[in-house]
Ligand binder design. Sequence first.
Ligand code: ITT
Length: 202
Amino acid sequence: MPTLVLATRNAGKVRELAEMLAGSGIDVRSLAEWPDLADVVEDADTFAGNATKKAVATATALGLPALADDSGLVVDALDGRPGVYSARYGGPGLTDPERCERLLAELADHGQTSSAARFRCAMALARPDGAVVLREAAWEGTVRGPRRGENGFGYDPVFEPADADGTAAQLDSPTKNRLSHRGQALALMVALLRDQPELLAD
Ligand code: ITT
């Protein structure tokens, strides 16, 4: 069975990716098995650049194929922010609910109670030799408070997908995984692996 390491320390991403890859015939491993592996500096200014960096660094360090996700929320009324800085928005040490509140406060500073927005995801699969393939997807919707829902993670409680009722945090995980930026990007990656299984070969 081919092995694939999920190159992320975000527990919400690990849960969603592992759920979606269950039954795929891939031995899915997480970075929790390598607690001492150094974090990758995410200094690229694009989702694709950071995803590629995380996947290549992990695959070359561990000698195993690695899948990285770089994602974030792009808010029109904030000129695309927080974008690639979504994980660090508002500074280090904030909780996910505090980041959601910060986002709503910044929208209010701009005189808005809501804004068109989208989650974007770049997913990179790297082999230990450094070869890398990339797939990208987006999930359109609206940012609006108050926070609603207990599922998901990150900005889900203030993101209303265009293709579902309520917020992303009110969706059950199979529904979120089917619709989301991450779910769509992973589906594209799985289709690529079906065509090119050698990407996961030893
Ligand atoms: P890794 O780099 O270890 O994967 P990270 O959390 O730092 O973890 P990113 O740099 O890709 O990952 O930042 C993604 C952030 O975007 C994440 O922390 C959330 O705040 C937000 N985000 C991404 N996908 C999301 C989703 O499905 N629902 C809610 N928020 C999401």
